[in-house]
Design a protein. Structure first.
Length: 254
C-alpha cells in the first residue's frame, strides 16, 4: 500500500470547504422551505377567498331563484288583478248607463205619481161613500207629500202604492163603524167589500142601501132590518160569519 502524506493544513482546508458548502446548502433549503410555506399560506388564503366567493355565488343563485319565483307569482297576480280591473271598468260603465236611466226615470216618476193620485181621487169620488173622510184625508196627505222637499221620490212612491193597497183591501173586508147620515143623524154603517154598503138607525127600524148607479141611498124594506143588524155583528166579530140575504149592487152590464 502506498502511503500518502497529507499535511494538517490541507485537511483543515478540506473540512472548511465542506462546512461552507453544507451551510450554503442549508440556507438554500431553508429558503426553499420558506418559499413553500409562503406559497401554502397564499394558496390557503386563495382557497378561503374561493370558498367565500362560491358561498356568495350559491347564496346569490338561491336569491335569484327566489326572485324569479316571486316575479312569476307577481306576474300571475298582476294578470288576475288586470282582469278584475277590466271587469270593474265594465261595471262602472254599466252603472253610469244605469244612472243615466235612473235620471230619466226620476224625471218621469213625478208626473206618474201625480197622475196616480188624481186617478185615485176620481175613483174614491165615484165609489161608494164609505169611510169617506178617512179616504179623502189619505189623498190630501199624498198631495202634501208631493210638495214636501224633505220627502224623496222612493218614499213618495211607496206612500202612493200604500194608498192603492188600502183601496184594494176595502174590496176584501167587512167593516162596521158609526157615522152621520145625510140628515146628520148618528147611524151604524156596515160594508161588505164593495158589493154592499148599508146603514141603519140606532133603533134598528130604518135600513138604507147605497145605490151605486143612482149615487144615492135607498131605504130597504123592513124585512132586511134583522139581516143588516146581523151583518154589523159579524163585521164586529161578535158572531161567526154566516149566510145572509141582502140586496147588493148588480154587476156592470147586467
Amino acid at each position: 500500500m502506498k502511503r500518502i502524506a497529507v499535511s494538517t493544513a490541507a485537511v483543515a482546508s478540506v473540512l472548511l470547504a465542506a462546512s461552507v458548502a453544507n451551510a450554503q446548502q442549508d440556507a438554500r433549503l431553508k429558503s426553499i422551505v420558506d418559499e413553500v410555506n409562503q406559497a401554502n399560506q397564499i394558496a390557503q388564503a386563495s382557497q378561503q377567498k374561493i370558498d367565500g366567493i362560491a358561498d356568495a355565488t350559491a347564496k346569490l343563485a338561491g336569491e335569484y331563484r327566489s326572485v324569479l319565483k316571486t316575479n312569476a307569482g307577481l306576474r300571475a297576480y298582476n294578470a288576475q288583478q288586470k282582469r278584475v280591473i277590466d271587469n270593474q271598468i265594465k261595471e262602472i260603465e254599466r252603472i253610469k248607463n244605469s244612472i243615466g236611466q235612473i235620471d230619466e226615470i226620476k224625471r218621469q216618476i213625478t208626473p206618474l205619481m201625480l197622475e196616480m193620485i188624481e186617478n185615485l181621487d176620481e175613483f174614491v169620488k165615484a165609489d161608494a161613500p164609505f169611510q169617506a173622510e178617512e179616504r179623502a184625508e189619505r189623498i190630501t196627505a199624498l198631495r202634501d207629500v208631493m210638495d214636501d222637499p224633505n220627502v224623496n221620490d222612493p218614499e213618495r212612491f211607496r206612500l202612493v202604492l200604500e194608498a192603492y193597497k188600502a183601496e184594494v183591501q176595502y174590496g176584501r173586508t167587512v167593516n162596521a163603524y158609526e157615522g152621520l147620515d145625510d140628515t146628520g143623524r148618528s147611524v151604524n154603517f156596515v160594508r161588505i167589500g164593495r158589493v154592499g154598503f148599508y146603514y141603519q138607525t140606532k133603533d134598528g127600524n130604518e135600513t138604507y142601501a147605497w145605490d151605486s148607479e143612482g149615487g144615492k141611498w135607498d131605504r130597504l124594506d123592513d124585512e132586511y132590518n134583522n139581516a143588516v143588524k146581523q151583518l154589523q155583528k159579524m163585521a164586529r166579530r161578535q158572531v161567526p160569519l154566516d149566510v145572509l140575504v141582502l140586496p147588493v149592487a148588480a154587476p156592470e152590464g147586467k
